[in-house]
Ligand binder design. Structure first.
Ligand code: GA4
Length: 335
């Protein structure tokens, strides 16, 4: 279990709140990757929720623990040291401010590119305290989670009878893949401050609602609540925490590639009062020049694309002009 010291809330005024929702939602699909029905269940989950949990995923928990401990050490550094690893554009340390357009949350984080060259060169300032240990942990974790995500994507293509079966996974494996990795720390909030927010019947927002622009993402966190997803009817539900598993989100690009069959899931994180939350998120993205368009072998005869044509580079550029909670895909929907 990770417990970080409580920070000073000097910047509390920038923190957003939202209305709380009811208890934990127990109907999140749980998919055992070793189960022979896994392929079918993944596709059903992507259609219904755009979200599911995977168990028996094959990623070593020792590796996960090593990375979590390195992350905790980093976030414990004095603020000045952490600030030296920022700003996070495109990669580095960020504090409370998310993206370039004025979004804020009760979170500090590290953003990385995933190509090994980046990790060995540009991010030396990130790995300041324990350069070798931290860098290795990040590299090994990304490789292991990427493999697991490729396996999931190949189960999807198998189930949908799309050929070749690596048509999605190759984009994550490509050395030019524009994938990201993010370490988030949602500090515990001093009780008195939290009470002040709650008196008004609200919750503190750690990371505001959004969809991920990429193909697919994998979130793993310590054993804290906070992650919520929006169901098809728009209701927000809380995801029961499970630090041994990964939670998978369908991103906007996969929604397009399946011509809307899969839904990119809106999600957010509420900052928890009693414990700090540490999460690690791998965002599997395509190479910049890749066309994001419905997979031809998935289209029925006469079916038309619901989206205008665009490359990942165009979509990414337009995403960075939006606010976190905007519906970014709407701009690319036909009519
Ligand atoms: C959401 C998913 C990933 O965390 C992220 C985020 C990015 C950022 O934090 O810089 C963005 C956000 C995310 C989408 C819209 C833009 C860009 C913040 C923001 C307001 C790293 C990503 O790829 O897109």
């Amino acid at each position: 279990m990770v417990v970080l010291s409580q920070p000073a809330l000097e910047d509390f005024s920038v923190i957003k709140t939202c209305k709380p929702t009811s208890g934990l939602f127990n109907d999140i699909p749980v998919i055992d990757l070793k189960d022979f029905k896994a392929k079918t269940r993944i596709v059903e989950a992507c259609e219904e929720f755009g979200f599911f949990k995977v168990i028996n995923h094959g990623v070593s928990m020792e590796l996960v623990a090593k990375l979590e401990s390195e992350a905790v050490q980093f976030f414990k550094l004095p603020q000045g040291d952490k600030d030296r690893a920022g700003p996070p554009n495109p990669f580095g340390y960020g504090n409370k401010r998310i993206g370039p357009n004025g979004d804020v949350g009760w979170v500090e984080y590290l953003l990385f590119g995933t190509n090994p060259e980046f990790i060995s060169q540009k991010s030396l300032s990130i790995f300041q305290q324990s350069p070798e240990g931290f860098r290795c942990a990040v590299n090994e974790y990304i490789s292991a989670v990427r493999e697991m995500m490729c396996e999931v994507l190949e189960m999807v293509t198998d189930e949908l009878k799309i050929e070749p079966r690596n048509v999605l996974s190759r984009m994550l494996r490509d050395e030019k893949s524009d994938s990201f990795f993010r370490l988030n720390h949602y500090p515990a909030i001093p009780f008195s401050e939290l009470q002040a927010v709650r008196v008004s019947g609200r919750n503190v927002v750690g990371f505001g609602e959004h969809t991920d622009p990429q193909i697919i993402s994998a979130v793993r966190s310590n054993n804290t609540t906070g992650l919520q997803i929006s169901l098809r009817d728009g209701a927000w539900v809380s995801v029961p925490p499970d630090h041994h598993s990964f939670f998978i989100n369908v991103g906007d690009s996969l929604e397009v590639m399946t011509n809307g069959r899969f839904k990119s899931v809106r999600h957010r994180v509420l900052a928890d009062s009693l414990k700090s939350r540490v999460s690690m998120v791998y965002f599997g993205g395509p190479p910049l020049g890749e066309k994001i368009t419905p997979l031809p072998s998935l289209m029925e005869e006469g079916e038309e694309s619901l989206y205008k044509e665009f490359t990942w580079c165009e979509y990414k550029n337009s995403a960075y002009k939006t606010r976190l909670g905007d519906n970014r895909l709407r701009l690319y929907e036909k009519n």
